[in-house]
Write a protein that binds this ligand. Structure first.
Ligand code: ACO
Length: 423
């Protein structure tokens, strides 16, 4: 049932409509307030829904995450990333035939245009792979001149296939260029995750099923997370009707920051900086000190205030990878365990509901898998691609407006220009 909301401004009351969510928190439609000469103010979108969506549901208090209604735990255990990508984009699990057709389309589109590969030569060896991935994703706009009508659902599905198919190839190329190594072509006989790992490391190590399965699970866990910063960026850029590859590239940029997808890399950098279990308490004290900007990377989340269900699956996955790879003496893992134990028992973290998030465990798992630290956020990018493209598709499928927030202006009143010689 819609709830009744009334707002009174200077004695004049206005009824505001409420919209009922299928799960979770209802929203007040404040659009009418403009007529009353008022905006709403909510920096950081703490209590503002920017859109309606049918893709992903999160219940932060109870640690629930569902893609199209399916719990993340079931998808991580029983599905695979391409099936999840199909589900996110289309709204339903594929039939066997639909799944096979989708996988075939992905395989068909994996190779990146030979001439386009020159884009990487513009970057110095040692450049961060996220800078190359962002540029290359935006650059894909230059390749496709057909099948790019953003108002056409079939064209949007083709764009989704192109992006989901080519992001592993681009990510692997960024890695190999950064290391000064030649590219490895996609192998259509390998699974999505195994092919990505092979294109990155195929010349230096055996890509076991354990590694490929763990990587696929990481992709699934990162595939979508409703209106997070990078997805909202994709929607915002896309609302201008820009080229979809450009909109997705905006999402790549937003993901890079350490408060978002860059956190998994930041976790490893932090563990390396701590360096020894004996210094963990010192760093916990730094994180609690209001005069010190240091934060414990991999702890806290805007939405999850109890536990991050992805972290629970990732923690379990991490244990499985460590067992299967026979790793029990990695010093950084010891530091991570010590940090987690102290933070979980400390009043500061308990009061603020700061728990290890997915990035804490994905950072540790990727490290155990021997993945170079600078690739962690790139792997997040790869996982999140179906989410970004599904949200863009959902937005374009219904009437929408350009995203254009208002502001509370606190600057100068009008004043007259002063000649430079008189200032
Ligand atoms: N270490 C120490 N203190 C923290 C941390 C942390 N990691 N995170 C939040 N706090 C403190 C804040 O200082 C604040 O304290 P106060 O109430 O005394 O002022 C309180 O906890 C609430 O924090 P907010 O900043 O209001 O939380 P917000 O929802 O804005 O930020 C965020 C969430 C960005 C994730 C934050 O917790 C953080 O920076 N964590 C570390 C980075 C990280 O792991 N990011 C990954 C996010 S998950 C993802 O993108 C997949």
């Amino acid at each position: 049932m819609p709830q009744k909301v009334q707002i009174t401004i200077d004695g004049k009351s206005t009824d505001l409509e409420t919209l009922v969510a299928s799960e979770g928190t209802n929203v007040i439609d404040v659009g009418k307030l403009l007529n009353e000469g008022m905006y709403t103010y909510d920096p950081g979108f703490m209590s503002t829904a920017s859109c309606d969506s049918r893709i992903t549901y999160i219940d932060g208090a109870n640690g629930i995450l569902m893609y199209r209604g399916y719990p993340i735990e079931q998808l991580a255990e029983q599905s695979n990333h391409l099936e999840v990508a199909y589900l996110l984009f289309n709204g339903e699990l594929p039939s066997k035939q639909q799944y096979e057709d989708f996988v075939a389309a992905i395989i068909d589109n994996q190779a990146v245009d030979k001439k386009f590969q020159q884009i990487f030569n513009g970057f110095t060896t040692g450049a961060h792979p996220m800078s190359m991935v962002g540029a290359a994703v935006a650059g894909l706009a230059s390749l496709y001149h057909e099948g790019t009508d953003i108002a056409n659902a079939d064209d949007r599905a083709l764009t989704a296939v192109r992006l989901i198919a080519q992001i592993p190839t681009i990510a692997a190329m960024a890695y190999r260029h950064g290391k000064g190594k030649s590219f490895i072509e996609p192998d259509p006989g390998l699974s999505y995750a195994a092919n990505f790992l092979n294109m990155c490391f195929g010349d230096e190590r055996n890509i076991s099923d354990t590694l490929a399965d763990a990587m696929d699970r990481i992709f699934i866990l990162h595939a979508d997370h409703e209106q997070n910063a990078s997805t909202s960026t994709v929607r915002m850029a896309g609302s201008t009707e820009c080229n979809p590859f450009a909109a997705i590239s905006a999402g790549v940029s937003a993901l890079w920051g350490p408060s978002h997808g860059g956190a998994n890399e930041a976790v490893l950098n932090m563990l390396t900086e701590i360096g020894d279990e004996s210094r963990v308490e010192e760093y916990v004290a730094k994180a609690k000190d209001k005069d010190d900007p240091f934060k414990l990377m991999g702890f806290g989340h805007r939405v999850y205030k109890n536990f991050d269900p992805r972290a629970t699956v990732m923690e379990e996955s991490c244990g499985r990878v460590l067992d299967e790879l026979g790793i029990d003496d990695e010093p950084l893992l010891g530091i991570a365990k010590q940090l987690e134990k102290i933070a979980r028992e400390d009043e500061y973290f308990i009061e603020r509901k700061l728990y290890p998030n997915i990035d804490f465990y994905s950072g540790i798992t990727l490290k155990a898998m021997g993945i170079p630290t600078e690739m962690f956020t790139v792997i997040f990018t790869l996982g999140r691609m179906p989410g970004w493209i599904s949200h863009w598709h959902e937005m374009m499928s219904a009437p929408y407006r350009i995203a254009r927030p208002r502001q509370l202006y606190l600057g100068e009143h009008q004043r007259d220009y002063i000649d430079i010689n008189k200032r």
